[in-house]
Design a protein around this ligand. Structure first.
Ligand SMILES: *[C@@H]1O[C@H](CO)[C@@H](O)[C@H](O)[C@H]1NC(C)=O
Ligand SMILES: *[C@@H]1O[C@H](CO)[C@@H](O)[C@H](O)[C@H]1NC(C)=O
Ligand SMILES: *[C@@H]1O[C@H](CO)[C@@H](O)[C@H](O)[C@H]1NC(C)=O
Ligand SMILES: *[C@@H]1O[C@H](CO)[C@@H](O)[C@H](O)[C@H]1NC(C)=O
Ligand SMILES: *[C@@H]1O[C@H](CO)[C@@H](O)[C@H](O)[C@H]1NC(C)=O
Ligand SMILES: *[C@@H]1O[C@H](CO)[C@@H](O)[C@H](O)[C@H]1NC(C)=O
Ligand SMILES: *[C@@H]1O[C@H](CO)[C@@H](O)[C@H](O)[C@H]1NC(C)=O
Ligand SMILES: *[C@@H]1O[C@H](CO)[C@@H](O)[C@H](O)[C@H]1NC(C)=O
Ligand SMILES: *[C@@H]1O[C@H](CO)[C@@H](O)[C@H](O)[C@H]1NC(C)=O
Length: 421
């Protein structure tokens, strides 16, 4: 969202060349310069050139211009390959396949259709269906680029293996896949990860005990409703502005920030009201294993009680990434270890944690004590859609954050000598 797309070629030609419809049929190709416009004129689809590039792409953009005349592209078809001339023609085959200049350019319906139409809907979804049916044979909402619109699912269809993630543009001039991918990680308790190549950059809190539509949530105050769905068929995140006049989006931008936007009618501008990571403590593993990040103190990194900096030379230089070591080794066999309660802003990284459903907190503690690799446990409500659950960590604890609104109690295993009072 809010890509500053200057120098677009179709500027004043839209009405002249618009085929004045939201629907493409096999007898009527869409040529470069023409656009499909959704019923309420919220979104448009056509050929465009991003930024200073001369290459042509097929995309969907918000149909209102910002005050500075820039257009916001929200979806790009086959973003890795562009056309060089303005002679592009988007066609729907008789069997429901979309082609550009007769070349297939998108993953298309597996089943041939008999009387297909392609339609740009008012929520920004471009769909292919039988003319006499409302069931979609294909939809652009399954092939996300860098922007999540209301009604799009971010995440997994476990039945088909479809993994919908957001990938940043390479640059303002190039929509091909860039460095950052925002996706849903199913390991442990499902959560969002922003990847930079193969490095984790940001991690959301896991989706256990998440209050959907939490009135305290800032986004709720803007009228946005969020949903997490986690069942045997699907695991996804979605927001929904249906029934409101709001138009918004979540953008994975080229600098690795996840930005939330809403269109403000009175100013004719996007309001970028929320960004992740919000602060240094939200950067993944900012303080290393067993390090705790607290944005309200200086320096922001400290070791958990019972731990000391792993490389004392680096900590004074504000590089805490190596994390912390135990003062006293655990004494599992003697069963003298105990637990220290730490109240955190979110559960530590759960990717390598073991999750049990429907067991009590006492049983959770007992299972942790029994396993000499166990470093911590937490009792969690509403885990994976079930009742009371238990998370057991058998690795170093990563990504510990303290916030003014702590919510999660985590019980960290310490040797008796380090427990204090
Ligand atoms: C379209 O134009 C480009 C560049 O002008 C040219 O290379 C290409 O062959 C043309 N394609 C068609 C189908 O005419
Ligand atoms: C993108 O377009 C190129 C050229 O038409 C094609 O070879 C490729 O398969 C398309 N990619 C996808 C994902 O369909
Ligand atoms: C539709 O037609 C194209 C060629 O026009 C072909 O490549 C494609 O396989 C056909 N799709 C189906 C599902 O039959
Ligand atoms: C739609 O039309 C096809 C033939 O074009 C027909 O086979 C099918 O039964 C129709 N479906 C409905 C729901 O009317
Ligand atoms: C993002 O989605 C693409 C397409 O499904 C997939 O190939 C890729 O592995 C995904 N990346 C991540 C980090 O989930
Ligand atoms: C979005 O909200 C509307 C209005 O409350 C509701 O009818 C619709 O089912 C919701 N859609 C999704 C996909 O959650
Ligand atoms: C176990 O406890 C006994 C008595 O408290 C102590 O002498 C012994 O060193 C402990 N063993 C280990 C491995 O710490
Ligand atoms: C949860 O555990 C209790 C006691 O072990 C058992 O009675 C109950 O049926 C379990 N519930 C589920 C949903 O498995
Ligand atoms: C402890 O948990 C780890 C991780 O599941 C497992 O590999 C190991 O076998 C367990 N050890 C015991 C003694 O149960």
């Amino acid at each position: 969202m809010a890509q500053l797309l200057t120098g677009l070629v179709f500027l004043s030609d839209i009405s002249r060349y618009s085929i004045a419809a939201d629907t493409l049929s096999p007898i009527q190709p869409l040529r470069d310069g023409q656009t499909l416009v959704s019923a309420k004129e919220t979104f448009a689809l056509g050929f465009f050139s991003p930024g200073r590039s001369k290459n042509r792409y097929v995309g969907i953009w918000y149909n209102k211009r910002q005050g500075d005349q820039t257009t916001t592209v929200v979806w790009v078809a086959n973003r890795s390959s562009s056309l060089s001339g303005t002679n592009g023609s988007l066609e729907l085959n008789g069997n429901g396949t979309l082609t550009i200049n007769s070349m297939i350019f998108l993953p298309m319906p597996m089943v041939a259709l008999t009387n297909p139409v392609a339609q740009l809907l008012d929520d920004g979804n471009f769909v292919i269906r039988e003319a006499n049916s409302s069931e979609f044979a294909w939809q652009s909402f399954d092939y996300l680029t860098d922007t999540l619109l209301s009604g799009m699912k971010l995440g997994w269809d476990l039945r088909t293996g479809l993994n919908r993630n957001l990938t940043s543009w390479r640059s303002k001039d190039d929509p091909s896949p860039g460095s950052y991918v925002l996706s849903i990680d199913l390991e442990g308790i499902p959560h969002i990860i922003v990847w930079s190549g193969s490095t984790k950059k940001y991690r959301s809190r896991p989706w256990a005990d998440v209050k959907v539509d939490d009135p305290q949530d800032m986004r709720h105050r803007y009228g946005l409703r969020f949903g997490f769905v986690n069942n045997k068929d699907e695991v996804y995140y979605m927001y929904n502005t249906t029934g409101t006049k709001l138009v918004g989006g979540v953008l994975m931008d080229q600098s690795g920030m996840t930005k939330h936007f809403l269109w403000v009618e009175s100013t004719g501008m996007w309001n970028n009201f929320l960004n992740y990571p919000m602060n240094e403590c939200q950067e993944y593993s900012r303080c290393g294993p067993f390090g705790v990040c607290n944005i309200d103190v200086w320096p922001i990194c400290r070791c958990l009680q019972g731990f000391k900096p792993k490389s004392p030379q680096e900590w004074p230089l504000m590089d805490a990434s190596s994390g912390c070591d135990r003062l006293t080794a655990l004494d599992c066999k003697n069963r003298s270890d105990g637990f220290m309660t730490v109240t955190l802003a979110a559960l530590p990284e759960t990717s390598n944690a073991i999750v049990y459903t429907n067991i009590s907190q006492d049983e959770c503690r007992a299972r942790c004590l029994k396993n000499c690799s166990c470093t911590a446990y937490a009792a969690v409500r509403n885990i994976n859609g079930g009742g009371l659950g238990c998370v057991i960590w058998v690795t170093e604890l990563i990504d510990l954050r303290i916030s003014p609104h702590p919510t999660e109690n985590v019980f960290v295993r310490l040797a008796a000598a380090d427990l204090g009072n």
